[in-house]
Design a protein around this ligand. Structure first.
Ligand code: FES
Length: 107
């Protein structure tokens, strides 16, 4: 699948500004072995610097769990989830969104 692009759909919501959540769609070059975090990094660096997610402030090693989210509806660590095709990225708990994929911790 090298040379191809995948479609990445990202949950967006800024409670201080948006009335409702929405999704943004991006076309991202597919690289064999890429993670969902790699796709977010590409979007942030090349397409939309306004998306909020736990970048490499997290560990990117599957240890800190700061990047927990849903990939195609399944909860998991975004930095450890391999991408094999189009993906939808969402926070695990949409009621605790600070912005986009960044959520409040605990209660
Ligand atoms: S960034 Fe630490 S587990 Fe993903």
């Amino acid at each position: 699948m090298n040379g191809d692009s995948i479609r990445v759909k990202v949950f967006r919501f800024d409670p201080s500004r948006d009335r409702e959540p929405y999704y943004s769609d991006y076309s991202v070059p597919f690289e064999k072995g890429m993670s969902a975090m790699d796709a977010l990094d590409y979007i942030y660096q090349n397409l939309d610097g306004g998306i909020a997610y736990y970048d490499h402030a997290g560990c990117s090693l599957g240890i800190c769990a700061r990047c927990t989210g849903r990939v195609n509806g399944k909860p998991g660590l975004i930095c450890q989830t391999a991408v094999e095709g189009d993906i939808v990225l969402e926070p695990v708990n949409k009621d605790k969104v600070i912005k986009d994929l960044v959520t409040r911790r605990g209660g």
